[in-house]
Design a protein around this ligand. Structure first.
Ligand SMILES: C[S@@+](CC[C@H](N)C(=O)[O-])C[C@H]1O[C@@H](n2cnc3c(N)ncnc32)[C@H](O)[C@@H]1O
Length: 335
């Protein structure tokens, strides 16, 4: 993406540097910004206004203070991972393994189901811009949001951000994205877009995936189809007999399957809660880091769960990168 503006933050009225940043410059320190304690050094006030985290007057209200806290909370998880990757990218003598996993662009990140791209913008402002490396791609199906994000990035001079009007699935094959993407994020990407983001990450050999799944209907639909059969087979099927429970169980099972799949494909997985994410019921944060150790036990567990829940049809649609997936179904398995 091209831009008239340099890719650096220029102070504007109401956009003074924080007290900490001013202290480092050696100049006579101006009076500290009223929000110095709430902001990160060098953070773009203009961006925060555009994202409605700060009011037009550059103030925080109670709601936006909470929003900012939530954004920082998620950012701190991702920052830690990005710092590790940036260190590896910059290492003078990277190991073969690291060289194989380092994309030529420095550090590439794809944010799927980007929406207004506030995650991408915050990551760029706080990390990519300040580190002076890498490129962020926002993938979003709503053309108007893509255009708005593109315009905002140009206005802010965030040159190493691109926004693509594609579905997650389309982006996997698109020549507008590089062959390798280091980091994949998908924050509340709708329904099975999270699964598509995982498929994207596997194809692009991502080193880190950060996923906050949204509601997912696919598994619940299959659970529903086989409900009668399951109820006659196991009392556990009571757990998804009522439609509301089918939906909840569907979501729960989906995320468990996603974690097992990632482990089977060589990722170390942690699951935690996005504390303080009050505006959404969906606050499960899945962080997957590539280690290369493909866990056979996870693959086996995944297959067993699919069989147990009557979900084996997903083996050939969702879990196509599972090692040994070519193995034909066992006698009696419903695929
Ligand atoms: C709930 S919003 C989340 C937006 C943003 N990630 C956030 O957390 O604020 C989900 C976004 O994903 C987009 N989306 C849904 N399915 C998609 C798909 N298959 N590919 C790309 N974008 C998709 C929607 O248009 C919407 O903007």
């Amino acid at each position: 993406m091209t831009s008239k503006h340099p890719d650096t933050h220029r102070p504007k009225p109401g956009d003074r540097p924080s007290a900490r940043a001013a202290g480092r410059s050696g100049a006579t320190p101006p009076s500290p910004h009223p929000l110095a304690d709430e902001l990160r050094p060098g953070q773009s006030i203009e961006l925060l206004k555009e994202l409605h985290i700060l009011t037009r007057e550059g103030k925080l209200n109670q709601d936006s203070r909470r929003k900012l806290k939530q954004v920082y909370h998620l950012y701190q998880f991702i920052e830690k991972l990005l710092l590790e990757l940036a260190q590896q990218v910059r290492a003078p003598n990277p190991t073969d393994d690291i060289r194989a996993y380092t994309s030529p662009a420095g550090l590439t990140l794809a944010d799927h189901g980007a929406g207004k791209s506030y995650l991408g913008f915050i990551l760029y402002d706080l990390f990519f811009r300040q580190q002076g490396l890498g490129h962020i791609y926002g993938i979003e199906t709503r053309a108007e949001l893509v255009e708005k994000s593109q315009a905002l990035a140009s206005r802010l001079g965030f040159e190493r951000m691109s926004f693509l009007n594609l579905t997650v699935a389309e982006s996997t094959e698109s020549s507008r994205l590089p062959e390798r993407i280091d980091v994949v994020t998908a924050l509340h990407a709708c329904d099975s877009a999270t699964d598509d983001a995982i498929a994207f990450g596997l194809q692009k050999r991502a080193r880190v995936m950060v996923l906050v799944p949204c509601c997912q209907a696919e598994v619940a639909r299959v659970l529903s189809q086989h409900k009668a059969l399951s109820l006659s087979r196991t009392p556990l099927a009571e757990l998804w007999r009522h439609p509301l429970h089918t939906r909840e169980m569907g979501s729960q099972i989906t995320n468990v399957l996603r974690c097992l799949y990632l482990e089977a494909c060589g990722y170390q997985v942690t699951v935690t809660e996005l504390v303080g994410w009050e505006h959404s019921m969906k606050n499960e944060l899945i962080i997957a880091r590539y280690t290369g150790a493909r866990k056979r036990a996870s693959a086996e567990r995944l297959r067993s769960l699919l069989a147990e829940f009557g979900l084996l049809s997903l083996l050939h649609t969702r879990f196509t990168s599972l090692p040994d997936n070519a193995v034909p179904p066992l006698l009696g398995e419903v695929v």
